[in-house]
Design a protein around this ligand. Structure first.
Ligand SMILES: Cc1cc2nc3c(=O)[nH]c(=O)nc-3n(C[C@H](O)[C@H](O)[C@H](O)COP(=O)(O)OP(=O)(O)OC[C@H]3O[C@@H](n4cnc5c(N)ncnc54)[C@H](O)[C@@H]3O)c2cc1C
Length: 369
């Protein structure tokens, strides 16, 4: 009997579990390692804050998903990887050996090492922490500060402001908001933020947080009562000391087949994978989703020894849909950008279809109808 360990119930692993439920692998024991028994879907989190969805609509029960795939759930998380020994240390202290292990554990927010951030900001990942956002943010307190002007920061600023009506400031160290978006999308978002009374500060790098006050590198102090941390990604801490090859940022190095170049029994997908071929793969859920079927086929090939590994090729771009918190959304696609109710309905339909697929698999009553 061989053992396949899937570490992290991220987007790509959902497809692996679905394929295992459809076509089990003979003589393979599958273990799913997670942090807790529930997985939250980040794409619907801003909508939950805005009051569009109930919590059950954006969560998967992992016991049900594991059961469907005939896998065992280990919810205490992975603490350490010892790649040369083919061992994974679990959060409860036990050590799990494997024949093949695959990682889809996402990324961590960048910049949390700055003084005061861990103590005074609501850091979004792991997403369970984000559940604290609404309860604190919805208090009739003073100003809200959202740090990070990527798509997630923009959505959160708009949704939090719509829900709480508190004065909201969005802070970004670069000049582009949302980071990496087209000129048309940036112009539309700037206009929308202004119209909704969300103050935007670009070129503003945060140096530290103290209770009630954020200090910028320029020396300026900004008052806040709730600070939400929505910066870019950094690598999970598991990989650097593991003995497996990592890329320059510390993500688990993978070839285009999603396999480690140093340890052929290791695979990675989603945010935690670092592509060494040089192909550009942004850290976004839509890319992790497209890696799912390739990862699934390649894990099967690695375990059975049948068939060659398939390469994954990232799509050239993607439709970005940002919830504006008031029943409208912004869609950005290639150089174009649109705003309105129809975009919200499109986002809602895509999110609900994704959730329904895996909630059904988990035997959960599909909340996402
Ligand atoms: C508010 C917000 C909104 C977003 N909206 C979008 C969007 O609309 N579209 C989009 O494409 N991207 C969006 N993103 C980005 C997106 O969340 C990530 O890029 C995406 O989730 C990455 O998917 P993944 O499969 O790599 O990992 P994740 O979805 O992050 O899943 C990783 C899982 O592994 C678990 N895990 C972590 N460490 C361990 C461990 N040591 N042991 C076991 N389990 C572990 C985590 O708890 C988590 O359940 C958004 C992000 C945020 C914060």
């Amino acid at each position: 009997m061989k053992r396949l360990v899937l570490v992290g119930p991220g987007h790509a692993h959902l497809y692996v579990l679905e394929a295992l439920a459809r076509a089990p692998l003979p003589d393979v024991e599958t273990v799913l390692v997670s942090l807790g028994t529930r997985q939250l879907y980040s794409g619907m989190l801003p909508g939950w804050i805005a009051g569009d969805h109930a919590l059950e609509q954006l969560s998967f029960e992992l016991e049900g998903l594991a059961r469907a795939a005939k896998a065992r759930l280990e919810p205490s998380g992975a603490l350490a990887l010892r790649a040369d020994q083919r061992e994974l240390q679990l959060g409860d202290g036990r050590v799990l050996g494997y024949d093949v292990a695959s990682f889809d554990i996402g990324s961590l927010p960048a910049g949390t090492e700055l003084p005061g951030v861990k103590e005074h900001a609501l850091v979004l990942k792991p997403l369970e922490r984000a559940l604290a956002v609404l309860s604190e943010a919805s208090q009739p307190l003073g100003p809200l500060l959202v740090v990070g002007g990527g798509a997630a920061g923009v959505e959160l600023a708009l949704c939090l402001q719509a829900r709480t009506r508190r004065p909201t400031l969005l802070l970004e160290r670069g000049e582009e908001v949302p980071r990496g978006a087209s000129r048309a999308a940036r112009r539309l978002i700037r206009g929308l933020l202004a119209q909704r009374g969300v103050e935007l500060r670009t070129g503003a790098a945060l140096a530290s947080l103290e209770p009630g006050s954020a200090r910028l590198e320029s020396g300026e102090s900004l008052p806040f009562t709730t600070c939400v941390w929505a910066t870019g990604a950094r690598a999970p801490e598991l990989f650097a000391p593991s003995g497996a090859a990592v890329d320059a940022q510390g993500y688990l190095a993978v070839e285009d087949t999603l396999r480690s170049p140093s340890h052929p029994e290791l695979f990675a997908a989603g945010d935690c994978a670092g592509f060494i071929s040089g192909q550009r793969v942004p850290k976004a859920g839509v890319y992790a989703v497209r890696q799912g079927p390739v990862l699934s086929a390649n894990l099967r090939a690695a375990l059975t020894g049948e068939g060659a590994l398939r390469p994954y090729h990232a799509q050239a771009g993607f439709l970005s849909l940002m919830n504006a918190g008031d029943g409208t959304a912004v869609a950005a696609w290639k150089g174009l950008a649109f705003h309105g109710r129809a975009m919200w309905h499109l986002k809602d339909a895509i999110d609900r279809r994704f959730m329904a697929r895996f909630q059904r698999l988990a035997g959960q009553r599909s909340e996402a109808r």
